[in-house]
Design a protein around this ligand. Structure first.
Ligand code: URP
Ligand code: ZN
Ligand code: ZN
Length: 452
């Protein structure tokens, strides 16, 4: 199939130009003014942007979490992604303690294959890394699973010690992989949680109070120091606290290969949400205050943070409300569908940064950091024809009544955003039009990612 998108303003991280885009099969054939070619389908994009499909490098689909499982599987989650303008996801395969890293990837392949509507890759969450298992990291990098998330939080479940983090960093320094860090001080948090519970304080507000910004900043600082000692890059996921941004920015100012991601929830929501039905906003790190929000927006504009991903980890309200005690509420919020519109509205429409930076944060930057560029994350001949015709003027009201995510609430319910995808193509085929899914479950393919 050949698709011709005419008269759009084509945006890459490097600039914008009014041009036509021709796709041929799964890839982009040409980007040029006034292309004269026959096509099976032609779209007029005058007055619209043509963007690279969004790349969301932080999702948790079909993920077991204690007694619960995240509510979107690879079918529903990728339909929602496509409808929101995201055509690539990188999800987290979780290693069971004592099991091999390969088993984790195989388990996630089984979840995704035949279900995903857009292309997908995997990171591995490493929960246990005896030295004998380290070669598995090299094998996975060679197989295109090039990144590994480790936790300094959730003792007894996901947290690993500094030696394990350091060994993982040393390994990636040599094999071209990347360590991603969930940076919160799990020991400090556990003590604060025990004190809250002993004092009878069990409500969701305690979730934020027991995970203070300094616990995030300390772990961020430590992760960066361990990476510097190992001579390895490090990517800090879901940065939420101003003090943690400062750590990333200071390391980068020293020239270290340190990268930071934040998520829409930290840019648009604040901790006062815990005052009323706070369970729906339980996520880690927790929501912060307006000062942190301003620091995050400033860091995105200034280049101190490099990616906006979702940490999409939805749970239905029945699951969120199953246990009243804050430590037992499953953590995470939905967002795979709303990332692009929220960031366009809050970033570009609000005048915080331009549309090129928007593309860099939502597609090009993450694609480069995780071995997908230039196949993904840009608009150029030879790249996959993952394209979004984006209407910068269309407004819509975010609501659980209309979203495609398989969850019965939306953290941004009632928020009006300007900017929405009109048409979304994934490898040359339409997957969403006018907010409706028109693609096919199972059309998404596993992406073997390149090492650094
Ligand atoms: O609360 C959260 N963020 N849940 C998802 C898992 C994680 O730590 O990213
Ligand atoms: Zn995390
Ligand atoms: Zn996550």
């Amino acid at each position: 199939m050949r698709v011709l998108i005419r008269n759009g303003t084509v945006v890459t991280a490097g600039g914008t130009l009014v041009a036509d885009v021709l796709t041929d099969g799964e890839t982009i054939a040409a980007v040029a003014p006034a292309i004269h070619a026959t096509a099976d389908r032609t779209y007029d994009a005058a007055g619209k942007y043509v963007l690279p499909g969004g790349v969301d490098v932080h999702t948790h689909l079909d993920m077991p979490y204690g007694d619960f499982t995240s509510a979107d599987d690879f079918a529903s989650g990728t339909v929602a992604a496509a409808c929101g303008g995201t055509t690539t996801i990188v999800d987290f395969a979780v290693q069971d303690r004592g099991a091999s890293l390969h088993d984790a990837v195989a388990a996630w392949q089984a979840r995704a294959e035949g279900r995903a509507a857009v292309d997908y890759g995997f990171h591995v969450i490493v929960t246990d890394l005896p030295p004998a298992r380290e070669p598995e990291m090299d094998e996975l990098v060679a197989e295109g699973v090039t990144s590994f998330k480790l936790f300094t939080a959730y003792p007894g479940r996901l947290m690993v010690d500094d030696a394990t983090i350091f060994r993982a960093l040393l390994r990636t320094a040599a094999n071209g992989g990347t360590v991603m860090m969930h940076a919160e001080n799990g020991g400090v948090i556990e003590v604060l949680q025990q004190r809250a519970l002993a004092g009878g304080r069990t409500d969701p507000r305690q979730h934020a109070l027991t995970r203070p910004p300094l616990a995030e900043a300390e772990a961020t600082h430590r992760a960066i120091a361990l990476a510097e000692l190992a001579g390895a890059p490090v990517y800090i996921v879901h940065v939420s606290a101003a003090e943690a941004v400062d750590e990333v920015a200071a390391a980068r100012a020293r020239g270290l290969p340190v990268f930071g991601e934040t998520c829409p929830q930290y840019l648009f929501l604040t901790a006062d949400r815990y005052d009323d039905d706070g369970a729906r906003f339980v996520m880690s790190p927790p929501l912060r205050d307006r000062r942190a929000q301003a620091r995050l927006w400033g860091a995105l504009a200034a280049g101190e943070l490099q990616a906006v991903a979702t940490d999409h980890c939805p749970f239905r309200l029945a699951d969120k409300h199953k246990h009243a005690e804050f430590t037992k509420i499953p953590g995470g919020v939905p967002g795979i569908e709303t990332r692009m519109s929220l960031l366009f509205d809050g970033g570009v429409v609000a005048g915080r940064f331009g549309v090129e930076r928007f593309v860099e944060l939502t597609a090009t930057g993450p694609a480069k950091l995780f071995g997908l560029f230039p196949r993904k994350g840009t608009i150029a001949p030879g790249s996959d024809a993952d394209l979004v015709i984006w209407d910068p003027d269309r407004t819509h009201t975010i609501s659980a009544a209309t979203h495609h995510m398989r969850v019965d609430y939306n953290p941004y319910e009632g928020r009006v955003v300007r900017g929405a995808p009109d048409v979304v193509l994934a490898r040359g085929l339409p997957v969403a039009e006018g907010g409706a899914f028109v693609g096919r479950a199972g059309a998404g393919r596993f992406l073997r990612r390149a090492p650094r």
